[in-house]
Design a protein around this ligand. Structure first.
Ligand SMILES: C[S@@+](CC[C@H](N)C(=O)[O-])C[C@H]1O[C@@H](n2cnc3c(N)ncnc32)[C@H](O)[C@@H]1O
Length: 234
């Protein structure tokens, strides 16, 4: 799947964009909002900061960040799916944050910003979707200012074996079925399960981040490890 992964992933997200938030809320029982709040907290964002929300999609992290950084700060909502960004822009307008959140359509593996630009990089449920994780991390490292942090929220595998078995059944059977009924795309949610299964476990991902030049790499498991926040410094 790797050579055409970007094209396929963009197609999936364009096709589910209008139902993406609803699906997230139903299938995680609303827990994704708590995970996102924790992610933002780990970012320790300051007023006036310049933040990039990579694979920002429908803008949940951008909006939370936008509220913290104040009117002198800026968030770049960066995603390669125009439909996801359009849904995000609607939410940004409703939250009256258009003055500080700028949408940019682009590929997170070749970020269209100069070196040493951002105070913080956020990436929520995005890294797993890249065709080449190392390439993406190298480019995220490039656009961060020295001393700045990457905060990465991503799905992973539950830590306890019994929960892992339950979760595997849920994500390989119930998720695609619900995806088909609600979004019309069973494929996108089969892909979700496969991409989580194939994604590096937290220690392995930490090592990949170190190899991309990040230091002080730590992680926190959320909800028995269904999701993990990695924090890494340039
Ligand atoms: C699962 S959604 C996450 C959206 C949002 N960050 C959230 O937490 O709800 C993944 C997003 O990553 C975007 N994406 C995937 N690969 C990308 C890439 N190579 N460059 C830019 N965006 C990408 C998709 O278009 C999609 O909007």
């Amino acid at each position: 799947m790797r050579p055409n992964k970007s094209k396929i992933v963009r197609k999936y997200f364009n096709s589910i964009a209008l139902k993406y938030d609803l699906m997230n809320t139903l299938l995680s029982f609303g827990i994704h909002y708590l995970w996102k709040q924790k992610t933002i907290k780990e970012g320790k964002l300051k007023k006036g900061s310049l933040v990039i929300d990579l694979c920002g999609g429908t803008a949940d992290l951008s909006i939370s960040a936008g509220k913290i950084i104040g009117h002198k700060g800026k968030v770049v909502l960066y995603d390669f799916s125009l439909k996801m960004i359009e849904s995000g822009i609607d939410k940004v307008k409703k939250n009256d944050l258009s003055d500080r959140i700028t949408p940019v359509c682009g590929n997170a593996e070749i970020i269209s910003f100069p070196d040493n630009t951002f105070d913080t990089a956020l990436i929520g449920f995005g890294l797993r979707n890249l065709s080449d994780i190392e390439k993406g991390l190298n480019d995220i490292h490039r656009v961060l200012k020295p001393g700045s942090s990457l905060i990465c929220l991503e799905f992973s595998q539950p830590a306890s074996p019994w929960f892992r078995r339950f979760y595997d059944f849920y994500s390989s059977n119930i998720l695609p079925f619900a995806g088909k009924i609600i979004t019309g795309s069973e494929e996108a949610y089969t892909y979700l399960h496969d991409s989580i299964r194939d994604f590096p476990l937290p220690d392995e991902l930490s090592e990949i981040m170190r190899q991309s030049g990040f230091k002080k790499v730590t992680y926190k498991r959320l909800t028995n490890g269904i999701a993990v926040i990695h924090i890494a410094t340039k």
